[in-house]
Design a protein around this ligand. Sequence first.
Ligand code: MF3
Ligand code: CO
Length: 264
Amino acid sequence: MIYYKTPEEIELIRKSSLLVGKTHAELAGLLRPGITGLELDRIAETFIRDHGGIPSFKNYNGYPFTLCISVNSMVVHGFPSAEPFKEGDIVSIDCGVFMNGFHGDSAYTFSIGEVPEKTKKLLRVTRESLMKGVAMAVSGNRLGDISYAVQHHAESHGFSVVRELVGHGLGRNLHESPEVPNYGKRGNGIMLKEGLVIAIEPMINQGKREVKTLKDGWTVVTRDGLPSAHFEHTVAVGKYGPDVLSTFEFIEEAIKKNNNLTLN
Ligand code: MF3
Ligand code: CO
């Protein structure tokens, strides 16, 4: 069952998503070789609570942290760890905030210092794939139009789409109907209507698409060990265009000010 949102509810999801974007920016200001994921997790949790939110992921199905931090060949759901980041790492940070009864959810993949050209391209193309999908979140389109747009862009650049994990509806619950796959056919699936709010979140691999889950029960990694990137926006389907409720604006300001990071 799909819960369509009223304009008032969409504004609340925008507020939660804004706090996610501000949290990401806070972390982007601190990211550098030597800092650890566990440090970032503590900072993120404090920042979210200080601003009146609750971390969406913590205790969700037993997930033990505020952030998912997935480094290099980790696809998603990596645990923040005590291992310091190093020059050349790509670090995906996924964050959710629950506030005023509604969730916001967004992810961004950062590069620490210089990363190989191919990996830079992976980050750029994954982000572009997200935006191609977002552009299809318009009333009257089909869900498959989003999926196709993401898949087509990623694959036409020689990268592969993870199938085992998908985007999702969200609102009062972090995960609601419908599922939003990053692969599919144009014209397939439910018709998109105003009030539908979804998280679109391509997970794109530099090599082959196959993944596996580590023994911790959460961390998803590429089978071939090559890097994977993840970008996510919370988006409301609009009558004339997509309404992107989360934002990378503050993240990018922070990246420009941080000499340890490069903008892709
Ligand atoms: N953005 C991810 C998702 O929507 C993060 C969920 S992590 C979990 O699935 F721990 F909360 F499951
Ligand atoms: Co999500």
